[in-house]
Each structure stands twice: as structure tokens, then as C-alpha cells.
Ligand binder design. Sequence first.
Ligand SMILES: Nc1ncnc2c1ncn2[C@@H]1O[C@H](COP(=O)(O)OP(=O)(O)O)[C@@H](O)[C@H]1O
Ligand SMILES: N[C@@H](CC(=O)OP(=O)(O)O)C(=O)O
Length: 451
Amino acid sequence: MKVTKFGGSSVANSEQIRKVGDIIKDDPERKIIVVSAPGKRNKEDVKVTDLLIQLAESVLNKEDYAKRLQTVLNRFLEIAEELEIEQHFLQDLEQSILTIISDDSSDRTKMDKLKSVGEDSSAKIISMYLTKLGLNATYLNPKDAGIIVSDDPGQAQILDESYEKLYKLRENDEIMIIPGFFGYTNDGQLMTFPRGGSDITGSIVAAGVKADLYENFTDVDSVYSVNPTIVNNPKEITTLTYKEMRELSYAGFSVFHDEALIPAFQHQIPVSIKNTNNPYAPGTLIVAEKKHHEKCVIGIAGDTGFSSMFVSKYLMNREIGFGRKLLQILEDESISFEHAPSGIDDMSVIIRDFNFPYEKEKKVLRRVQDELGPDNIKMHRNLAMVMIVGEGLMSTVGIAKKAATALTQANVNIEMINQGSSDVSMMFGIQSDDLESAIKSLYEVFFNDDE
Ligand SMILES: Nc1ncnc2c1ncn2[C@@H]1O[C@H](COP(=O)(O)OP(=O)(O)O)[C@@H](O)[C@H]1O
Ligand SMILES: N[C@@H](CC(=O)OP(=O)(O)O)C(=O)O
């Protein structure tokens, strides 16, 4: 049995959904289908999830939301008309959105409920379309499927008890179409996963039903060794390990959500990334282990939106509990951190900007000053992280030198190096403005140099 997920680009309009129908028909093993909300139809377009967030913002700010509601309805109207889906679908959709808008749920729940409408409607339309094609298909709500999550709006996490319930889906003979991106708490509250989270749903379901394969259909032939919007025609990756993909997704390969690797990895389900527009291309396979390759670097990824809090104090290494107290201050302020490289007299804590808004900065710095008495504290905003990834990287001589050479050639200053905590990656902190030239230069040195 395969669990097959189609991303936003694969369900963006009726033409794409027809391709989805062909792909499902083509292989009877494709029994469980997870779908995203319609994505962008062209570069300038807006994803349905973003339209729904805009609608929710209008509702929560008590503004006139009629136009935004109509924009959402028009996206689905176009798809439904072109696929000749029954008319009542649209009336039901409008009614269910109006019910969410007028119910007495809190702001945080209302936002999540509205965000989920994109995936939910997509799943309903696609199940109706498959039925029209003569397939035995049915829409399955995540609650009925058994996707039970933590009470954390927009950041939900799967609860282990889900897996046993999901396994029972194997008994169903129909093709099940499950909306991605959300689940329900034990109290029945709808919660969404982080943005891009339909990949996570697919992985959870694949793990739950112990699928032979989790297929993730998108709009590129494979995972490339570098973001194809930065480098033209980059090298395709045919096979990579869960560990490599997790690091690359974390650092900017938006083709697959970094949190989606964990369920598949824990249950040893291979993941295949494929192209809806070219379904017979071999794609990329993500597996537990692969043959050791002489050229160990498999990919280069980078992402902006980081800050670093640099703290120095003479004899920090002798002060018991310094690191714990520093991180405790962050915990008290509900700030999670990404990395914490340290030296003898100094320590940097790298934080994602969205976890450390400017409003919190003053208080945190004051507490660090008062409670830890450092010689110096400095905040660096606008940082980017660029990551070189590959199994065997730690035992290969000369990687850091090669990377430093590439960054020097691109005239990029290295603000921080994090090497050693992961055995498959090496990370450099640089200024955000330098990210593109850094990635291009690293790609050139690691993939286009012939030696
Ligand atoms: N290394 C990479 N390999 C392939 N695609 C990448 C990579 N890095 C970023 N991408 C981008 O990811 C996109 C696919 O992800 P996404 O837009 O989320 O797809 P979907 O709509 O299927 O969920 C590609 O179109 C590509 O621009
Ligand atoms: N629609 C949601 C979830 C998702 O996974 O979408 P996509 O498959 O288009 O990345 C979002 O935009 O965040």
C-alpha cells in the first residue's frame, strides 16, 4: 500500500487535478491520498491558504471581510465548474466558512479552522472528481482517520496514540482522500501543523498504516543538490538519507517539510519525491541508509531569518551553570533556540527571528546583563545560515577548507561556524544579503569543480 500526497502546486487548478486523477488511476497501490490546498497557478498568484489567512485576519480585526471571502470562493468555484462538480458543493463551502466566522471560538481556534478550509475543500472536490472517474473514492476527515494532535494552534504535533488508530485504515477498501495540514486534539479542537504541513500529514499517515512507500508529488522532477530558483539546472539527487533530507529541509529545501521526515524515519517508510507534471520520471528516494559515495557532499541549503545573541565573560568556562542560566532566561520568555556554539569565554545562541520578536529583545538582554553579569552582550540580526550536507562529511578531509575558499571567493564574511554537533552537516552563519552569492559559490566549488 502507498500513501500519496499531492502538494499545492499539484491541485492548484482543474488541469492539475486531472493529472492527479490519472496518477491515482495508474496504480491501485495508491490507496490513501493526502492533499494540500490549491497553491499558486503562476508566479504572481496567491495560495489559497494565504487567502484564508487574509480572510481570518479581516474577521478577527472586525473588518469587512466580504471581498476576501469572495476571493476564496472564486478559487473553488473555478475548479468545481471546470471539473463539473455538483453545485451544492459551493453552497456547503460558503455555509461552513460562515459558520466558522460566526461561532464563538477563540481567535486562535478561529484562525486555525479557517486555515484548514483550503485542504478540507480540496479533499472534498478531489474525492467527488475521482468518484466521477468511476473510482471507489471517499473523503476522510482527519478526526475520523485518527490524526490526534497537541493543543498548539499553527504548531500542532502528532500524538503517538494516533498511530494505532491510523493502522485500522488498512481495513478500508476505498481510496481515501484525507485533507493535509490539520488534526484534532483529544477534546475535538481543530489544530493546524506549521506552514507546509501537508507533508507532515502524509508522513504520519504513511507511518500509521505502515505503508510500503510514501509518495510526495510536487512540481519538480527531483530534489536537487541546491535550490533550483538560485542555481540553474542543478544536479539531481537520486537517493538521500532521512538525516540528509532533514538537515537540508531545515536549512531551506522547501520541497519537503523538515518535520515530515520524523514519522517516516521512525517507522522506516521510504519516501519518494515525484513530479505531478512528469510522473514517470524516477524522482528522489529518501531511505535510511545509502552506499557511501566518494564525493560526500550531497546538497547545499540556506535560509534567512536568524539572529544571534553573543555573550562573553572572562572565565565563563569555570562558571558552573552559566549556559543553563542563559538558556533558562530564554525558556522563561518562551523562546526556543536553534544552536548554541560556545568557546572558552563566550557563547552564541542562534534563534529564528519569528521566535525572538524585537519586543522581547530588551527584556531578555536586560535579564542576561542583571543575572549573569557578562562583559559583553551583542545581538546580530539579519543572519542567514548556509548548510553543507552529506553522510560521511565528518570523516572527509578538507571540507571546511573547501567551503571557506568558496565563501572567500564570493567575498562573504563567515560570522559563525557550527561543525561537529551533527555528523552529516556543517553550518555557516553569514549576513542575509550574502546568502545567494554564498550558495552559488559553494555549489560551484562542491559540484562543478572537476578535481
Ligand atoms: N533543493 C531543491 N530541490 C527541489 N526543489 C526545491 C529545492 N529547494 C527549493 N525547492 C522548491 O520547492 C518547490 C516545491 O515545493 P512546494 O512549492 O512546497 O511544493 P508543493 O506545492 O508541491 O507543496 C519547487 O518548485 C522548488 O522551487
Ligand atoms: N496549504 C498549507 C499546507 C501545505 O503543505 O501546503 P503546500 O503543499 O502547498 O506546501 C500551506 O500553504 O502552508
